[in-house]
Design a protein around this ligand. Structure first.
Ligand code: PLP
Length: 469
């Protein structure tokens, strides 16, 4: 235990050259640096106590080096943001852990402008009087979906909650057992229902639900018929579900409102591009459904938001509910949405909106980026072994779970580093690069990497190679 007595005190280390140098070069106060230093002394002390360090090899000098090395780490991590931009080389377009949709240039510019000045968030510029933030994007959604009315809340989970609370609280909601999904490990239809004080009446079985199942469950207490997009799972084999049109018919016959949680919800017809079988929001509105909700940052390709469209009578009720204020979005979300929706109205969504662009990009275009990467790497280094192979990209974000898009994947191996080490090094760059790791290689799918990022990826690989020389 006499190693402990070798650990220097804070006041001693504050006179050390390394501390004095840090004070002159760093943009933090002496007080903060002193706090960090004593924190690191404690860390080292605990490591000694817990026998995590080899006592024989330790002496006062080595302990000092250790403390200052750890202090450096601490300083580095302080200067790094906790929320950082990364390069997504996984090919998963809507990667939930990596922030789902990346925004269009137009959306970013509009957010930037809105952030740097005052804005007409709740101001009517024509009359010079108070306006409503609900009006900012409603007309665009009406135009694009042909719905009577629209509103925006914090996310789609909030939209589901608001609809249930405002329309069905205290009543019964009929949902097919096959649609009682859990999304992203934290959002369960059954639990959100409980939270909203509506009673869940689940009908049918996991694989089959018929119109008659809904009809038999209707009582005086029924407040809402609800359909939920299965999103991240698919039942295969003998299945039957009631489609929206048929359920709208039941709803009309019994005079009970009907709502569908679409999950992703797309304004762009991916089916026409031979991707998936996702019906558009417009098509759903056409069925005559009362309310629909979907996410802003899934297939729409905008900022995080929950979009609710449908009959004016119901949307008005939602807008008036106290929760609407609780769940409202800020000006940046509205700015991002406005610019995103304008791309759709201008018919430029496939060019402007990265989510759409990346999902429908041809495998040939991914192959071209892959080839550029491999050629540049091979020209500058001999220690990487690259192999371009056909593969599959995923849409992600719980959307189109069974849809795989043809792509090309680059398998990269290094003479010296194994795949795990390579992936760690790639994550350590200032612009971290996220890749898939297979047992012996890292896999890169350039579907989700733009031209500018591709250059950074090439540079990063070459730098890794230089370190090893
Ligand atoms: C993704 C999803 C949600 C949650 O949407 P968020 O915008 O992430 O809150 C709810 N329901 C379904 C069916 C979904 O796919």
């Amino acid at each position: 235990m006499n190693v402990l007595s070798q650990i220097p005190a804070v006041h001693q280390l504050k006179k050390h050259d390394r501390f004095l140098e840090l004070i002159t070069v760093l943009d933090v106060s002496e007080q903060v640096l002193t706090d960090w230093l004593s924190e690191q002394i404690d860390v080292v002390r605990n490591r000694v106590i817990n026998n995590e360090l080899n006592h024989e090899a330790l002496n006062r000098e080595k302990l000092i080096v250790l403390i200052f090395d750890q202090l450096n780490e601490k300083i580095h991590s302080f200067y790094r943001n906790n929320l950082q931009g990364v390069i997504n080389a996984t090919g998963v377009v809507l990667h939930t852990n990596l922030g789902r949709a990346r925004l269009s240039k137009q959306a970013i510019e509009h957010i930037h402008k809105t952030a740097s000045s005052y804005s007409t968030l709740e101001y009517n510029i024509q009359t010079g009087t108070r306006g409503s933030r609900h009006d900012i994007v409603e007309e665009y959604f009406k135009q694009l979906t042909h719905a009577e009315s629209a509103m925006v809340v914090n996310n789609n989970a909030a939209a589901v909650y608001l609809v249930l609370k405002a329309i069905a609280s205290g009543g019964e909601v009929i949902v097919s057992r096959g649609e009682l999904v859990e999304i992203g490990g934290s959002f369960r239809i059954s639990e959100i229902m409980e939270e909203s004080q509506a009673t869940l009446i689940d009908v049918g079985t996991t694989n089959k639900t018929h119109v008659s199942d809904y009809e038999k469950a209707i009582t005086e207490q029924t407040a809402l018929l609800m359909k939920v997009h299965k999103s991240n799972f698919k039942v295969i084999g003998f299945t039957e579900e009631v489609d929206t049109d048929d359920l709208v018919h039941v709803s009309r016959q019994h005079d009970i409102p009907i709502y569908e949680d679409l999950g992703s919800g797309t304004l762009f017809d991916f089916q026409k591009e031979n991707v998936g079988a996702e019906p558009t929001v417009q098509a759903k509105v056409k069925s005559g459904i009362d309310l629909l909700s979907f996410s802003g940052d899934k297939l729409l390709g905008g900022p995080q938001a929950g979009i609710i469209v449908g009959k004016k009578m119901f949307i008005d009720k939602l807008k008036r509910h106290q929760l609407a204020r609780v769940l409202r979005v800020d000006k940046f979300t509205l700015a991002g949405l406005e610019a995103t929706l304008k791309s759709y109205i201008r018919g430029q969504e496939r060019n402007d909106i990265p989510t759409i662009h990346d999902i429908i990009a041809s495998s040939q275009s991914v192959w071209e980026k892959a080839t550029k990467f491999v050629e540049k790497l091979n020209r500058a280094s001999t220690s990487f072994i690259c192999d371009i192979k056909p593969g599959k990209s995923k849409v992600g974000g719980g959307t189109m779970p069974d849809e795989e898009i043809d792509t090309y994947i680059v398998d990269v191996k290094h003479d010296f580093y194994n795949s795990e080490e390579l992936s760690v090094k790639l994550r350590c760059f200032k612009n971290p690069i996220i890749v898939r790791v297979k047992s012996e290689a890292v896999l890169l799918d350039f579907r989700t990497v733009n031209d500018e990022e591709l250059e950074q990826v090439i540079k990063a690989f070459l730098q890794i190679d230089m370190e090893n020389l």
